[in-house]
Structure formats: C-alpha cells, structure tokens
Write a protein that binds this ligand. Structure first.
Ligand code: DAH
Length: 352
C-alpha cells in the first residue's frame, strides 16, 4: 500500500493541469501564457515544489510519483500548445478578414521642398548673376580685424560692443555681417571685383523681427570708374526683378563706417504698388508710406581700400547689404521671422 504522503503528492500533481487551464483561459498574449507555464513547470514552479518531497518517500513508491509528474508535465504542455495555436489562428483569421483593396494608389512618402530662405537666396543670386556678379562666401567665425577694423569701424565703435557681438574663444567673433567677405575678396586679388556674398550672420538679438542668426547678402563692385549711378541702377534692377517690374527705389542718406556716402535702400511697396493705400485703408505692409526698407548701401570708403592695399585714388566701388530673411518675409507675407527657423512641417510645406 502506498503511504498517505505519496498519494497526496500524486493527487496534487494530477490537479496541476486543471489549475493551469483555469489560469491561462483569460490570457491573450504568448508572453503571458509562457509566464504561466514557467510558474508550473519552471525550476521554481509548482511541479518542482511538489517533487522536493520525493527524496523522503520510500524507494518503492517513487516510480508512481514520477509517473504522475510526467503525466502532469505532458498535460500542461499540451494545454499550453493548444492555447498558443488557438491564439495564432485567431490572429491569422483577423488578418485575413481585413479587406485589402489592392487597386488603391500607393501611400507616397511626400515630396520634399527647399527651405524658403534657400529659395529666396537662390532667386536673389540668379538676379545678380545675370548682372555679372560672382558668388563668394566667407567664414562665420571671423577675426575682429576683418569684421570691423578693415571696414573702418574703430575699436570704440558701439557695434563692437559685447551686447551686439558673440565673442568666441581665441579672440575671434561670430561675424556680425557679411561685409568682411568684401575685405577677404579684395585681399585675395586686384580689381575689378564684382561679387555678391550670401551667408549667415550673428547678433545678440531675439524677438519677432530679429533672430540671433540670420542670413544676409552682401554686394561689392570695385573698378576704376564705378559710380553712385551704377549702384542706383543695380539696386533698381534688382528690386524690379525681385518684387515687381513697376516699382521704384528710394535711397535715404545714412551712415555706415565702411561707405561714404551711405544710403538706406527702400523698395516701393509691392503690396500697394508704392501708393501707400489699398482702397480706403493704409497699406498694412508699408504702414501707408509706400516704401519698405531692404538694406544699406554706399560708395566704398577710402579707408577700406587702404586696409586691403588698394589705392583709393585709382579705384572706386559701391557696396550694399540686405537681409535675406526680411526679403523672404516680404515676399511670402510671413509676419513672424521665427517661423523660418522652427522647422514646422506645416509652415515649410507651404513652399512646395
Ligand atoms: N553691413 C551692414 C549691416 O549689417 C549692411 C551694409 C550697409 C552693408 C551698407 C554694406 C553697405 O555693404 O554698403 O548692417
């Protein structure tokens, strides 16, 4: 007669599969079902727990308990296998039940687009290339000499203040304008020189109309006989090509250290055609003035020629600088400059 101990173990082993069956019925993932299996058949599972008592049983009773353990193991494994098969069949059936219309057009990944500032830069470059200008670039990290001194901007000039300029290690600065490319180009060779220099510049500014980095485009034309009339004609041509064929320009006397005389450049407002009104109301773009400011300009100062080793008695030139982001705002009717730098796809995709 087997002892009560072994009968109890055999009964407990025989109940295992039933208990597992209850436990896995509500489970819906393979992971959960495998975890349940481990709770029963794993090293620290319920079956191993029961088998620990095996050693204390008389040897002749052990085979019967061993048999019960094998029975429990086989029953649990077949329950698990059946449950997993049912699960994958249900998933397959759900897949097949989904209607697939193979005649639908594909889901394309969408066209990319150039950034609006790139579009504007290219358009501006195109116009000046048509007038015989070449495109030059210069470094963003500049020496103070190229950015200021050579441009007739002395050490005590307010533009050099820490407030306005980013100083970097090694005594260099982030260039505060594209004008140092004038200096670099003239240092690199003799006149005639006819270049534009687009590129990013940096200032300590940050609001709806100023960002700490923004793109400018510089222009420089130096030859034996370049006149203020050439400057005016060049700017007029540019404005008519870029903003509209019937617009005029206005040059307002101004001051820049590197030009003399200097002028602020206004373009006729393209929104109201330069009349300042739209119907009965003042034009919102030019605030009723009929003009919008696009940059600075002037005749190259003799001290700039001296700094690059040109003879100011035998060459003359004009220069100008314009803000490309400002032109993009005007052209596309964007009223917050920061939109250009936020990389919001809803904004950028409007330029497709
Ligand atoms: N560098 C000036 C600025 O960033 C703009 C400028 C004005 C450039 C007059 C010029 C110029 O070449 O002639 O404010």
């Amino acid at each position: 007669m087997p002892s009560p101990g072994s009968l109890e173990i055999i009964a407990a082993l025989d109940r295992l599969a039933g208990a597992l069956g209850e436990e896995i019925r509500p489970l819906e993932t393979e992971q959960e079902i495998r975890a349940a299996q481990a709770r029963y058949l794993g090293k620290k599972g319920r079956a191993s727990d029961l088998m620990k008592a095996l050693g204390r049983l008389p040897p002749e009773e052990r085979p019967a308990v061993g048999e019960a353990a094998n029975r429990a193991k086989a029953a649990i494994e077949s329950l698990i296998a059946a449950r997993l098969t049912a699960l994958s069949q249900a998933a397959l059936a759900a897949d097949l039940a989904r209607t697939v219309d193979v005649t639908l057009p594909g889901r394309g990944s969408g066209m990319g687009t150039l950034h609006p500032l790139t579009l504007v830069r290219r358009e501006v470059e195109e116009i000046f290339l048509g007038l015989g200008f070449e495109v030059r670039t210069g470094p963003w990290i500049e020496t103070e000499w190229h950015n200021f001194d050579a441009l007739n901007t002395p050490a005590d000039h307010p533009a050099r203040d820490m407030q306005d300029t980013f100083f970097v290690e090694g005594g260099r600065i982030l260039r505060s304008h594209t004008s140092p490319v004038q200096v670099r180009t003239m240092l690199a060779g003799p006149p005639p020189i006819k270049i534009i220099a687009p590129g990013n510049v940096f200032r300590r500014d940050d609001d709806a109309t100023h960002t700490p980095m923004f793109p400018q485009i510089e222009g420089l034309y130096v030859d034996r006989d370049v006149s203020f009339a050439d400057l005016k004609g060049t700017l007029l041509h540019f404005v008519r090509r870029f903003f509209g064929p019937d617009l005029s320009i206005r040059l307002r006397p101004s001051f820049f250290p590197f030009t003399e005389p200097s002028a602020e450049v206004d373009a006729g407002c393209y929104l109201c055609g330069g009349i300042g009104r739209r119907g009965d109301v003042a034009c919102r773009l030019c605030k009723g003035s009929g003009w919008i400011e696009i940059g600075g300009s002037g005749m190259v100062h003799p001290n700039v020629f001296r700094a690059v080793g040109y003879d100011p008695e035998s060459v003359r030139g004009f220069a100008f600088g314009m803000g490309l982001s400002r032109m993009a705002m005007l052209k596309y009717g964007v009223d917050d400059l920061r939109a250009f730098y936020e990389n919001d796809i809803r904004f950028l995709s409007q330029f497709l």
